[in-house]
Structures are given as C-alpha cells and as structure tokens.
Design a protein around this ligand. Structure first.
Ligand SMILES: NC(=O)c1ccc[n+]([C@@H]2O[C@H](COP(=O)([O-])OP(=O)(O)OC[C@H]3O[C@@H](n4cnc5c(N)ncnc54)[C@H](O)[C@@H]3O)[C@@H](O)[C@H]2O)c1
Length: 281
C-alpha cells in the first residue's frame, strides 16, 4: 500500500536516534522524509519501527559519529534523498559513559565533522540544531582559547593546548566539548551555513530524564539531587520539553535566530551563578 503519493519530500536527518533526538524529529516528521543515523543497529531498528508504525516515512543509516568519513557518507545519503531542510545532532556520550578522549572525539570533534558535512548539503532556508548541555556554561574557556576554537579546522581541535591540558577528567572533557558546540554553531552560522542560507543553533539542556541521564545519576546521585533541589524548577526536565524548543528553533518563526544557544535547564545555571548551588558540592 502506498501511504504517501507526494514526491520531492523535504529531508530531516537525525544523527543519534536517542531520546531527545527522536522527540524533536517526531514533531516535524509528518509529510517529510526522515533519515535516522545511529551507531547502534538495534536502536535504528527499534526507532524506525516506531516511526513507521506512527505513519512516518523513515530510512536508516548506520553512522559512527567518531569517524569523519562515516558522517560524510551520512550527509551524502541525506542529500540523495531530497532537499535537506533539517539536521539534528544528538549523538553523544555523557561523562559517566566514556573516557575524556572518547567524549572529546564524539561530543566535540564528531559534532564538528557533522556541522562541516551538513554545511555542504543543507538546502536554502534549512535549519540545524545541535544538542549541547548546561555543562557548556560550567567551565569558562579563556577568550584566547575560544578564538582558537573559532578558527581551527575540526581535525585540529584536539591539538588546542588548553583543551589538551585541561580535559583530564571525563567531566571536564564534557564541559569543554559542550561549550565548543556553542562556538561550532556560531562559526557555521557566520560562514558555511550562511553561504547556503541555512541557520544553525544549539540547545543546552539541563537534567533531562533519558537512559543517558540514568547512567549519570548512578554515578553522582547526591550531587544531582542537590542540583535539582537548588534549581528554580525543582525538578528534572523531559525530552518533550526540549522538543518544543527544538521545533521553534528549526521552524519558520525562528527565521531571525542563528548562531545562538538556548539554555533550558530549569534554572540550574542561575542557581550556580548566584551561589545557590556549588558545583561538586
Ligand atoms: N539527558 C540529559 O540529561 C542531557 C543533558 C544535557 C545534554 N545531553 C546531551 O543530549 C544529547 C542526547 O542525549 P540523550 O539523553 O537523548 O541520550 P540518548 O542516549 O538517548 O541518545 C544518544 C544517542 O547517540 C547515539 N550514539 C552514541 N555514540 C554514537 C556514535 N559514535 N555514533 C552515532 N551515534 C552514537 C546512541 O546510540 C544514542 O542513540 C547528548 O549529546 C547528550 O550529551 C543530555
């Protein structure tokens, strides 16, 4: 049976078919072609079935977001399906899941490769969204380092001296990588993506209950409890709440929004800045 007779559908590419990414994409998937990319074949099988049984037009692609060639092939596959109007990158590992090097290579360099690769295929009027983190606000980088990050080719990010010297724990690597995501969106918005007349932004979520977050809680339950209690919202967030903001940033009402970050953390960073919550305390 043919469910949809429309040709030339707009393409949505999702890198990292996890909780937040699928929540965002589901909200804009109707009438479009969805390309799901993930390193896990099991995840792709499960999520694509969910999408298919919800009436969406979906394809899958195994992608390793640690490898430039794999990400480039993913971007090319998206372009081969039609006009790439939306790109969402949520592939990531949290501090408790990986070594500092793995986090830098996945959350920082891998995201850079994705921004570069989709910067070659986005359609005019398209939009991209990278999922960073509230932790991107927890460790300030020196201005000089930020300038180096803004001008370094993606494959040289790991060689920046401050990053090499400072990212000695998975926690620090994660904070740095997530701040770099903000800068990656800024740079692309002003250069490669601008040239294609496409927009790109980041969302920095706070504690969102997903399998990734459960992994984190198991390592530092007491700290997370204190963080939640000190925040204005006094609760964790949901992927649905991130998806609402994602739809705005990807959509036509955000036509004047590019190169920026939206912090959605229930007030955790405000609590830190005002001394209501002390990191690691
Ligand atoms: N959950 C939170 O509290 C929280 C808070 C702030 C930021 N984040 C960030 O949000 C993003 C999405 O997190 P989530 O909670 O939806 O997690 P999730 O675990 O549900 O999704 C992440 C997905 O990335 C995939 N992935 C991992 N390594 C990959 C690789 N090498 N190549 C391709 N895919 C890979 C995983 O298979 C998974 O499907 C991550 O970048 C995470 O760091 C999460």
């Amino acid at each position: 049976m043919i469910f949809d007779r429309n040709g030339n559908k707009e393409v949505i590419a999702l890198l990292g078919a996890g909780s937040m990414g699928t929540a965002i994409v589901r909200k804009i998937a109707a009438g479009r072609k969805v390309l799901l990319g993930d390193i896990s074949e099991k995840t792709l099988e499960k999520v694509s079935k969910d999408f298919q049984y919800s009436g969406y037009d979906v394809e899958t692609c195994v992608v390793n977001a640690l490898e430039k060639e794999s990400i480039e092939a993913f971007a090319q596959k998206a372009a081969g399906l039609g006009k790439v109007m939306y790109f969402v990158d949520t592939a990531g590992a949290s501090p408790n899941q990986a070594s500092p090097e793995h986090i830098l290579r996945l959350d920082m360099v891998g995201t850079g490769y994705a921004v570069d690769a989709f910067g070659n295929v986005m359609a005019e009027g398209g939009a991209g969204l990278l999922i960073s983190s509230q932790t991107g606000y927890m460790h300030r980088l020196p201005d000089e380092t930020e300038q180096q990050i803004l001008s370094a080719p993606t494959e040289k990010l790991m060689d920046i001296p401050y990053i090499k010297e400072t990212a000695v724990s998975s926690g620090l690597a994660y904070m740095i990588a997530k701040r770099v995501n903000h800068l990656q969106a800024q740079r692309a918005a002003a250069t490669t993506w601008k040239e294609r007349r496409a927009r790109i932004n980041t969302i920095s979520p706070g504690i969102i209950v997903t399998p990734l977050a459960y992994d984190e809680f198991s390592a530092a339950q007491e700290n997370y409890q204190k963080m939640i209690d000190a925040s204005a919202a006094m609760r964790t967030g949901t992927s649905e709440e991130i998806a609402e903001a994602g739809v705005f940033l990807l959509g036509e009402h955000a036509g004047f929004v590019t190169g920026t970050d939206l912090l959605i953390d229930g007030g955790v960073i405000a609590a830190i800045r005002t001394g209501r919550y002390k990191l690691n305390g």
